[in-house]
Design a protein around this ligand. Structure first.
Ligand code: UDX
Ligand code: UDX
Length: 462
């Protein structure tokens, strides 16, 4: 029986996952630890609305369990020492140096966690990989734990997270499936069962799938690759639609009604973003390459190539449509997050479109209901395309969408936030430079309505 859980990494995955486990398992003490003191302080903020991650329904769940059996702390050693089960939920970004640069996952945080667990543990532990990892990472963790530990026994499980940001709580409460990979021997199976028992508190047994470790690790990469591939596929068709007069929304609906294809992940957009899709596909490409499977690697790489093309094509079209120059023209961005209902901006298409437009010397005004100016500048500075001063000069971040759009030549819809649909578009139009353009990177606005007001409206794929 698991009595104490520790989770290393209080991010978009660790935070919501542990909050739900704590809510559903009131008899288990769950401690989420992180090196980042500011982040932990925010999770502990007396005003639960100030927790560092925005997800619909999350603050309520945290409020229910925090201080009862859910704790946030920076004392990593203590939490590890006390726990029977340790989730590793730290970030695994794409490597920016050395072999595998730009493709492979950087496992230095994972390795540090493994070494820390090995150093601190004095009782047997089940270590659960929650972070998305290359296949066979469990093997590396196992080797570190067994060779540097204090002689205690470790079982390593793979339990990939399938939650999507913006719907994390709903996905956790009602998952399509929970996947648990473990060793096939008796002790491995015992550890698998311990984790199954936790999820069984709220997930129907038939949805809890157990496999060997490598199948589980690979399934996570493959699931994300398949989802991203659908988006790139429909985005490829969107360009063809624009040339031929077909409408991608209609094509998408028509093919999605085929039950073999299904309607989800067929929405054409300015390009997918988020911390996972690109990283996981690059990882898959790297794995395929390292086994000499060049065709397999090329096949999946094309999903990324298409996505980069889609983002670039969007910014190019803005420039061409605005009479081949956007220099000193104000362009308003509605949305900066990589999708609605999250404050996460990692790999958001908005960043790359802004970068292109700044190269053309446009002036960008950003409004996002959940993203503030520090984050926008941090994202731009991270690209290192120009100096932080130049980013600051080129981009202003507004707290009011109507102000952001005032005197703009064009509006680019970058995120599909619901509130954009409800705006007073007549008022926005009146205060813009004419002709006033809307480039709808998410196909959420009503073309007829906007054109009636006077806007020149362009959606993706029509
Ligand atoms: C990350 C990965 O992006 C994803 O692929 C994986 O499946 C889970 O982990 P996420 O939770 O969204 O997802 O990352 P992030 O919000 O960056 O959170 C990771 C946290 O780990 C950060 O708060 C970071 O401070 C913390 N961390 C990192 C540690 O506590 N210790 C470390 O050694 C490294
Ligand atoms: C994804 C996976 O869905 C999730 O299972 C995994 O655990 C982590 O990676 P996430 O990145 O949070 O989740 O969001 P997701 O809903 O998958 O969206 C990814 C990107 O694709 C977003 O930028 C979204 O706007 C875009 N997208 C999605 C489209 O452009 N069109 C679609 O039809 C669907």
């Amino acid at each position: 029986m698991i009595k104490k859980i520790c989770c290393i990494g209080a991010g978009y995955v660790g935070g919501p996952t542990m909050a739900v486990i704590a809510q559903k398992c009131p008899n288990i003490q769950v401690t989420v630890v992180d090196l980042n003191e500011k982040r932990i302080a925010a999770w502990n903020d007396v005003n639960v609305e100030n927790i560092p991650i925005y997800e619909p329904g999350l603050s309520e769940i945290v409020a229910e369990s925090r201080g009862r059996n859910l704790f946030f702390s920076t004392d990593v050693d203590k939490a590890i020492a006390e726990a029977d089960m340790i989730f590793i939920s730290v970030n695994t970004p794409t490597k920016t140096y050395g072999s595998g640069k730009g493709l492979a996952a950087d496992l230095k945080h994972i390795e540090l966690c493994a070494r820390q667990i090995a150093r601190v543990a004095t009782t047997n532990k089940i270590v659960v990989e929650k972070s998305t990892l290359p296949v066979r990472t469990a093997e590396a963790i196992k080797s570190i734990l067994h060779n540097t530990g204090n002689g205690v026994e470790f079982q390593i499980l793979s339990n990939p997270e399938f939650l999507a940001e913006g719907t994390a709580v709903a996905d956790l409460l009602n998952p399509d499936r929970v996947l648990i990979g473990g060793d096939q021997d008796a002790k491995g199976q015992e550890a698998v069962q311990a984790l199954v028992d936790i999820y069984a508190n709220w997930v129907p047994k038939e949805k809890i799938l157990t496999t060997n470790v490598w199948s589980s690790e690979l399934s996570k990469l493959v699931a994300n690759a398949f989802l991203a591939q659908r988006v790139s596929s429909i985005n490829a068709i969107s360009e063809l639609c624009e040339k031929t007069g077909a409408n991608v929304n209609e094509v998408s609906k028509a093919i999605g009604m085929d039950s073999r294809i299904g309607p989800k992940f067929l929405k054409a957009s300015v390009g997918f973003g988020g911390s996972c899709f690109q990283k996981d596909i690059l990882n898959l490409v790297y794995i395929a390459q390292s086994y000499g499977l060049q065709e397999v690697a090329d096949y999946w790489e094309q999903v990324i190539i298409m996505n980069n093309h889609q983002k670039r094509r969007f910014s190019k079209n803005i420039v061409t449509t605005l009479y081949n120059t956007v220099a000193d023209k104000k362009i308003a961005f509605l949305g900066w997050a990589f999708k609605k209902d999250t404050n996460d901006t990692r790999e958001s298409a908005a960043i790359y479109v802004a970068d292109d437009l700044l190269n053309e010397q446009a002036k960008i005004a950003v409004y996002d209901p959940k993203v503030g100016q520090d984050q926008v500048y941090a994202d731009m500075n991270y690209l290192e395309s120009r100096s932080p001063e130049a980013n600051k000069k080129g981009i202003t971040v507004m707290l009011d969408p109507y102000e952001a759009c005032k005197d703009a030549h064009a509006i680019a819809i970058m995120t599909e936030w619901d509130e954009f649909i409800t705006y007073d578009w007549k008022k926005i139009y009146q205060n813009m430079n004419k002709p006033a353009f809307v480039f709808d990177g998410r196909n959420i606005l009503d073309k007829n309505e906007l054109e009636k007001i006077g806007f020149k409206y362009q959606a993706i794929g029509s």
